[in-house]
Design a protein around this ligand. Structure first.
Ligand code: ADP
Ligand code: ADP
Ligand code: MG
Length: 706
């Protein structure tokens, strides 16, 4: 990334060369230094306000939705964030070239970079964000906590001083009491956080946290906090203007997280005692006042089981989840940001801010729930969202059908945001919105989102931040009983669908092939895939009954025999009345059936008969499952390896993934070395022929958060 000196120099240079004009009082053209949904969302408000927009993009984003929506765009560099969206110099030059008078940084990237904000100001541009001093202060979790304590805002008990000696920190941790949380002082995005259960694990965790912090933020200072068990994450939206007015727009509950990252957010927080809420809102406004804040900010708190709350950090920017606040308060926070950046006072006072109803946001990510939530990259061959209804259903997205989710950026595909009269109604609207959403081409968390919002713990509002990481959504082992309902839905849909098409006179050859083949005079054999698992069942319809039974072993079909062997004894046949007395929603894509049944959602993939049982893998080699960079190669040519032994480690989309041997084998060739950039499917290493023994997939991966 560009250095602080360089950023500052660019700002001053541009001013010196007279490109910049004096600060305007009315913003007419905004450059958006971001991409994806947030860039599109900002453009939307600008269009409503009659403000022109300039997008920036990387070379892979030339045709991205945000560049197309803006009035003008400038390509500022290569695909890696450092080359483009973090390239302050190129962005400032684009702003001058396009005669923008302000820069909106969105969230992430340069949004909380005080040097960039200063460089904007030096170049004569308005930075639509927090004051530089407040940004600098809040960038350090330790400085932030010191300021908050001075302002009388309670912080999580802990140590946030300058002494960074291991022995001293261990002593402090003892004093705080186990478990203790180590956090990177410069941290964000959950990086560099380690829970330490007891003294014996402290030194190791400290080293790991420091090394992660150094890698992610170039600063290895840490703070210690008491680890609050079963907490809720509640944050307050604040807004301030240059005239010194500070107000809040109520709170958001962001307790639905995985790996310290939010996935569902709502406003207001349900079940919060009125006096606790009031105290929290007041503390947040006091926090904003204490740092002379301007613009949109979020004060994050953690709430323990006794409804005691503690300051966590202040985010000096617009948050991903600001939409739920907009829906309950009827505001447009981007419009407010622009107004305040122009130097105008806030449009309302605290007494005029009212909350109505309940709003929920769900973040749809391209990720593989069955593979430890690893990001999933690929082409979005089908993309369907619910229709937007102003004030009730919003869809914020930065992609369109046929776009690609790439390795370079955050894998968020869209945010669904809904409003209801109360929480139950909002959950219902969200269910409906999720049903109307279809994403194919990449794996998504849609099924987890559906499960989550219908989970009794979510419905009853007793979710705490680590519940999902502790296995809340982990499925019970599948049985034919529950799977059969989904298969029945596919059979029903396929038969109905085919009848409809034949009725319309379509040629049968043109219809998509059914996923089954005749088996004997009365039965059909249905074969599909769910994740890594192959599913083979036989079905028949007779006497107004649909019967599904597991494939009988020894029927001569080598493919299904293997799959059936282990499963036959467990599953008796399952019967449903025919036609089915219940209905399901089925979306068919060329690769799969997306089935929504009640509050469950599954993707059942079609099996390509031409590709045989080893489809998707070759046991003679280990291939990169996704694009990324090789971090480590753990074996050498000639070395014997065991099935599932880690042979190499890759880094992709900020995650580390272990590549494993598909079987016992002997390494013949290592095709790449540490540092190499790979495409998905590139062969990392190959095994000597001859020692083959039937095994699993070509390469399995497991992810650990980086
Ligand atoms: P929110 O509370 O709005 O979800 P997050 O802290 O999760 O905010 O960050 C919002 C966005 O900024 C995410 O896309 C995240 O990946 C990115 N982000 C946050 N902190 C950092 C950081 N220190 N470095 C790079 N990206 C970050
Ligand atoms: P970041 O800058 O990465 O957003 P935060 O300090 O905001 O870091 O913490 C992120 C999340 O980690 C919180 O939302 C919460 O789920 C969890 N967390 C943070 N501090 C604590 C704590 N002291 N005890 C328990 N959980 C915590
Ligand atoms: Mg945070």
């Amino acid at each position: 990334m560009i250095s602080r000196d360089q950023i500052c120099k660019t700002g001053k240079l541009l001013k010196r060369y007279g490109k910049a004009c004096p600060m305007p009082d009315k913003i007419q053209r905004i450059l958006i230094a971001n991409r994806g949904e947030i860039a599109c969302r900002i453009i939307r408000t600008c269009q409503q306000l009659g403000i022109e927009t300039v997008a920036v993009c990387s070379t892979v984003d030339r045709y991205a939705r945000h560049t197309r929506l803006a009035d003008a765009f400038e390509c500022v560099g290569g695909p890696s964030p450092a080359a483009s969206y973090l390239n302050a110099e190129a962005i400032l030059q684009a702003a001058c070239k396009h005669k923008a008078d302000a820069i909106h940084p969105g969230y992430g990237f340069l949004a909380e970079n005080a040097d960039f904000a200063q460089a904007c100001i030096d170049a004569g541009l308005i930075f639509i964000g927090a004051p530089v001093a407040a940004m600098r202060l809040m960038a350090s979790k330790s400085a932030a906590k010191q300021t908050m304590e001075a302002a009388g805002v309670a912080c999580v008990p802990g140590y946030h001083g300058d002494n960074q000696e291991a022995a001293f920190l261990r002593q402090q941790a003892e004093k705080i009491g186990w478990p203790v949380l180590i956090k990177a002082s410069a941290g964000g995005g959950g990086k560099g956080m380690k829970i330490v259960p007891d003294a014996a694990h402290f030194d190791e965790a400290l080293n790991a946290a420091k090394s992660e912090a150094r890698k992610a933020f170039g600063d290895d200072r840490v703070i210690l906090e008491k680890f609050i068990t079963h907490p809720r994450h509640i944050e307050v939206q604040v807004f301030s203007d240059r005239q010194g007015n500070h107000l809040h727009l109520f709170e958001r509950d962001c307790s639905a997280q995985r790996r310290y990252q939010k996935i569902i957010e709502e406003a207001p927080a349900a079940g919060l005692a009125a006096d606790t809420r009031q105290a929290m809102l007041e503390a947040a406004v006091r926090a904003a006042g204490a740092v002379g804040y301007e613009g949109a900010g979020t004060v994050e708190f953690i709430l323990d089981r006794d409804q005691r709350f503690y300051f966590l950090e202040m985010n000096t920017r617009l948050q991903v989840e600001h939409r739920v606040t907009e829906l309950i308060t009827g505001t447009d926070l981007v419009a407010w940001q622009i107004r305040v950046a122009e130097g105008q006072p806030l449009p309302v006072t605290q007494d005029d801010v009212h909350a109505r109803g309940h709003a929920i946001e769900a973040r749809i990510y391209a990720e593989d729930a069955e593979n430890d939530f690893l990001p999933s990259v690929g082409l979005l061959d089908r993309l369907q969202f619910p229709t937007e209804v102003p004030g009730r259903v919003l869809v914020d997205t930065g992609v369109r059908q046929s776009d690609r989710i790439s390795i370079h950026y955050d894998p968020m595909i869209a945010k669904l945001v809904v409003w209801g009269e109360d929480r139950d109604q909002a959950i219902d609207v969200m269910n409906e919105a999720l049903c109307q959403t279809l994403v194919s081409g990449v794996k998504t968390n849609l099924a987890s989102l559906t499960t989550l919002i219908n989970h009794p713990r979510f419905r009853d509002n007793c979710l705490y931040t680590n519940a999902i990481d502790q296995g809340l959504l982990d499925e019970h082992p599948d049985n034919l009983e529950s799977l059969a309902r989904f298969l029945a839905a596919i059979i029903h849909w396929q038969l109905h669908h085919d009848t409809e098409r034949t009725g319309q006179g379509e040629q049968p050859e043109q219809s998509t092939p059914v996923p089954w083949q005749p088996f004997g005079p009365d039965w059909q054999r249905l074969s599909l895939r769910q994740g890594d698992e192959r599913i083979d069942v036989e079905w028949q319809i007779a006497d107004e009954t649909l019967t599904l039974r597991p494939v009988t072993p020894g029927t001569g079909n080598a493919l299904s025999d293997a799959a059936a062997l282990c499963e036959t004894e467990i599953f008796p046949p399952v019967r449903f009345p025919w036609p089915l007395p219940w209905s399901a929603q089925v979306h068919e894509t060329p690769e799969a059936y997306h089935v929504i049944l009640g509050h469950q959602r599954r993707v059942l993939e079609k099996i390509r008969h031409d590709s045989g049982p080893a489809a998707g893998g070759n046991e003679g080699q280990v291939v990169a499952p996704m694009p990324g960079q090789i971090l480590n190669i753990l074996v050498a040519p000639g070395e014997p390896v065991k099935k599932d032994q880690t042979v190499a480690v890759m880094e992709a989309m900020k995650m580390e993934l272990s590549l494993k041997a598909p079987r016992d084998a002997c390494v013949e060739t290592v095709h790449h070395s540490v540092g190499d950039l790979l495409q998905a499917g590139d062969v990392v290493l190959s095994f000597a022929a001859g020692d083959t023994e039937k095994g699993g997939e070509a390469s399995s991966t497991d992810g650990v958060s980086a």
